[in-house]
Write a protein that binds this ligand. Structure first.
Ligand code: CA
Length: 230
């Protein structure tokens, strides 16, 4: 599922957003200061950023400007949260590169709808329940995987690994990136664990002469082979 990062110093607002986004199935990360968010965003790139205007450390507008200056985050969807009466600042916000803005106090259902709409445009694969690539079909809602209409039984880690790789076909992930994306940041596991689970995933998904959708990139990591799509 899509990962949304909330950068907001008002804890009550942040918590309410987190609660509502998680209820919709989003993975949520929070930062409460602009400078903390800046550091974190050098480690991870969420699918969408909710960014408050007035923040301690580094302001939302300055953070937005910095993010647009880095290749990893230059196209990340950003929705700014602004206070009422900051009309001219809102214009500045968009000029600095935010994709959209909402004015506080905002309606939560409306904000959630905007988040979804923006993700549908920018990253459709993160909001759709069904991922398909070649003859492989992964359903996030039922947690089922099929290949050429044969049901494939995967363990929870193999499922998340396949889901993660299928979201960005062709993109090569290092073992460390896979650990962060699939196992989570707070989990300590050896990088070789990734190889073990990739091996299990391959074994389950490739039967007989079926083409292997996972590419091993020597010295780099793994990717979902974009050639497999054709
Ligand atoms: Ca604030």
């Amino acid at each position: 599922m899509a990962k949304v990062m909330i950068v907001e110093d008002e804890e009550a607002v942040s918590l309410m957003l987190r609660y509502n986004l998680e209820a919709e199935g989003f993975e949520v990360e929070q930062a409460f200061r602009g400078d903390d968010a800046d550091i974190r965003l050098k480690e991870i790139v969420p699918d969408l950023l909710l960014l408050d205007w007035m923040l301690p450390g580094v302001s939302g507008i300055e953070l937005c400007r910095r993010l647009r200056g880095r290749p990893e985050t230059e196209r990340m969807p950003i929705i700014m949260l602004t206070a009422r009466g900051e009309e001219s600042e809102r214009v500045r916000g968009l000029a600095t590169g935010a994709d959209d803005y909402v004015v506080k106090p905002f309606s939560v259902p409306e904000l959630v709808a905007r988040v979804k709409a923006m993700l549908r445009r920018a990253k459709p694969e993160t909001v759709s329940n069904l991922l398909t690539a070649g003859d492989i079909e992964l359903d996030r809602e039922t947690r089922r995987v099929r290949r050429s209409s044969r049901e494939v039984h995967l363990g929870p880690t193999e499922f998340r690994l396949l889901e993660f790789l299928m979201q960005s076909p062709g993109r090569v992930y290092s073992r460390e990136q896979l650990l962060n994306g699939v196992w989570g940041h707070d989990v300590y596991v050896d990088e070789r664990t990734v190889d073990v689970h990739v091996g299990r995933l391959r074994k389950s998904i490739n039967r007989g002469r079926a083409k292997d959708p996972i590419r091993t990139v020597r010295g780099a990591g793994y990717s979902f082979d974009e050639k497999f799509l054709g």
